[in-house]
Design a protein around this ligand. Structure first.
Ligand code: FAD
Ligand code: NAD
Length: 509
């Protein structure tokens, strides 16, 4: 349990007050933080006004509750009285009012489908919709609902085979560009879940297996054939009559946005200091999981804080900055490394910091819209990072320095407040000495007197001064990550400097 002073949230500059995740957040009144909301939900107060009674809600009834002082919203068939939540909503009352008296599922999914509303709003539950809501429930969309007839030919399929010892599930993805990062398999307690990422869609095989299997399994990807094989080891030597009982979303192809995030339990194996306030956390995936987080993507961590599930995104990186970049040499597949800044008033990071070695935490499947193909053919790569916005740049550097054959220069322009905030400074300087394509420049917004390097915050003049192409008209990519105002301003300055949309990528949630 956290011991947080009631008025500390949201602190000035907190993400709960500031803009975040590519959408505008509004300043919350003091005493209206997530922690304050959690406290209110635990207070025993009747938040629905129905004294704990659940009711069946018709569309007409729902529509009547469309005012700030009386606001009901339907999400995935469940109706919540969000009136008491209004002042606590980080996106502001007006955002919430967009769904007042209606089915807000689509709006919710667009903005923050990773937020666990079931847990956050459980005390606001009024009941179920009497009629099916307009948006389909999570996990219930069939392949036919997602794809038009012409697309069905490209729908993946699966089959399974067995020997005395092995069960092999084969997924025919009908794609020619498969790789291990596009395959996520979890097999625990007889439940097999194999998800194949196909651009913005995903195909799922999900069954309750007929018999027990061992924890370890093999995943083989025949990239050019588009074939994925999951080979499970039987615990006994029975001949299975069926693979198992299909679960709700088995054999479906649907938009990734519409599929619920899947979490597995990982163990904290180490926690090491990076700077005065930032730590490198190493989490071990369970044995029955095959998961490789692609470059530029993040995962969500989920913890129960004061009885409520809280979810935050983090960007996996490598355990250290390799000086000799080699393809995949530093990804062991069994661990996830996260570099996380611990905020003194941070709800989630304080709880993370209190985790002990061996403690469990839930880690989701990866998400993110960065595509590794974006670095193909790039000659000059600029990385604009602020604070922990450095995290996606680590794997990106690895990718660029190993794979981008045309690459001439990579420049990391790293914005921090003070010198002792700079993450992996030594390693970055070492790399710059070692690889002549790589250059790093540190820019401080609150430097001490003796600082001889550049100072200030992101600006058009700083960028035009620091970003020089290796040759006129070289193919450029600029990636940017940091606090939302930093990223938004950076994108605007780049546009003003004549960079096109294709020449930039912003990391956001
Ligand atoms: P909150 O309770 O939300 O914030 C409260 C406190 O945090 C305040 O006291 C405030 O002082 C401080 N604070 C929070 N953000 C800022 C800020 N930008 N500037 C100044 N003060 C701030 N974080 C990492 O450390 N590593 C990552 O790899 C990482 N990856 C991310 C990936 C994505 C896609 C996104 C959107 C965010 C990522 N973050 C990462 C940020 C992370 O998700 C949390 O927002 C962060 O850990 C703060 O959570 P909290 O609950 O502890 O803080
Ligand atoms: P910080 O507060 O220590 O600031 C670092 C630097 O960012 C500052 O020195 C300054 O140059 C710049 N900066 C800060 N606020 C600014 C503003 N309002 N306008 C212009 N420049 C500003 O940074 P931090 O505490 O390490 O925060 C890192 C941020 O990066 C967090 O907001 C986190 O959510 C975000 N992040 C995003 C991702 C992603 O993929 N989207 C990944 C990692 C981190």
């Amino acid at each position: 349990m956290l011991n947080v002073p009631p008025q500390a949230f949201p602190a000035p500059g907190s993400q709960q007050r500031a803009a975040a995740g590519g959408r505008t957040k509004v300043p919350l009144k003091p005493g209206r933080s997530l922690m304050d909301w959690i406290r209110l939900t635990k207070s025993g107060k009747d938040l629905t006004g129905l004294k704990g009674r659940l009711t069946e809600v018709t569309e007409d009834e729902l529509a009547k509750h469309n005012k700030k002082e009386d606001c009901w919203i339907c999400i995935r068939g469940f109706v919540y009285n969000v009136t008491p939540y209004m002042e606590y909503h980080p996106g502001g009352e007006d955002e919430l009012m967009k769904a007042a008296g209606t089915d807000g599922t689509d709006l919710f999914d667009q903005v923050h489908r990773w937020v666990n509303y079931e847990s956050m709003l459980k005390e606001c539950l009024v009941g179920r919709m009497a009629f099916k809501p307009v948006a389909a429930p999570k996990g219930m969309l069939s392949e036919r609902k997602v794809l038009g007839a012409s697309a069905r030919d490209t729908t993946p399929s699966y089959d399974w085979f067995q020997t005395d010892d092995l069960i092999t599930v084969v997924i025919y993805t009908k794609r020619k560009d498969m790789n291990a990062e596009l395959v996520i398999v979890d097999c625990q307690d007889k439940r097999l879940r194999g998800e194949i990422i196909l651009d913005d869609h995903s195909y799922l095989v999900e069954v309750d297996l007929d018999h027990e299997v061992q924890d370890d399994f093999a995943v083989n990807v025949a990239g050019k054939l588009g074939k994925v094989e999951i080979t499970l080891k039987k615990k006994d030597h029975f001949q299975w009559k069926v693979l198992g009982l299909p679960l709700e979303s088995h054999n479906t192809l649907m938009k990734r946005m519409e599929r619920g995030l899947f979490y597995r339990t990982c163990k904290l194996v180490s926690k090491t200091e990076v700077t005065h306030d930032t730590k490198l956390f190493c989490f071990m995936l369970p044995e029955g999981t095959h998961l490789q987080v692609p470059t530029g993507q993040h995962v969500y961590l989920k913890q129960i804080i004061a009885g409520t599930e809280v979810v935050k995104p983090y960007t996996p990186l490598l355990p250290f900055l390799p000086l000799d970049f080699k393809e995949l040499s530093h990804q062991d597949g069994a661990h996830i490394y996260l570099m996380i800044k611990i905020y003194s008033c941070g709800l989630f990071t304080q709880a993370l910091d209190h985790l002990q070695i061996g403690d469990d935490i839930s880690v989701s499947n990866p998400e993110g819209d960065f595509k590794t193909s974006q670095v193909q053919g790039v000659e000059d790569l600029f990385l604009l990072a602020a604070g922990t916005g450095f995290t996606p740049m680590v794997k990106l550097l690895n990718l660029a320095l190993t794979k981008a054959d045309c690459l001439r220069t990579v420049k990391l322009i790293f914005f921090n407040k003070k010198e002792d905030d700079i993450l992996w400074r030594n390693q970055l300087e070492q790399l710059a000495l070692r690889d002549e394509r790589f250059e790093v420049q540190f820019i401080l917004s609150e430097p001490a007197e003796g600082w001889v390097g550049k100072r200030g915050k992101i600006s058009s003049s700083l960028l035009s001064e620091c970003m020089k192409r290796s040759k006129k008209d070289s193919k450029v990519l600029t990636c940017i990550c940091g606090p939302t105002p930093f990223t938004e301003q950076g994108i605007q300055y780049l546009k003003d400097l004549g960079y096109s949309h294709k020449e930039m990528h912003a990391f956001t949630a």
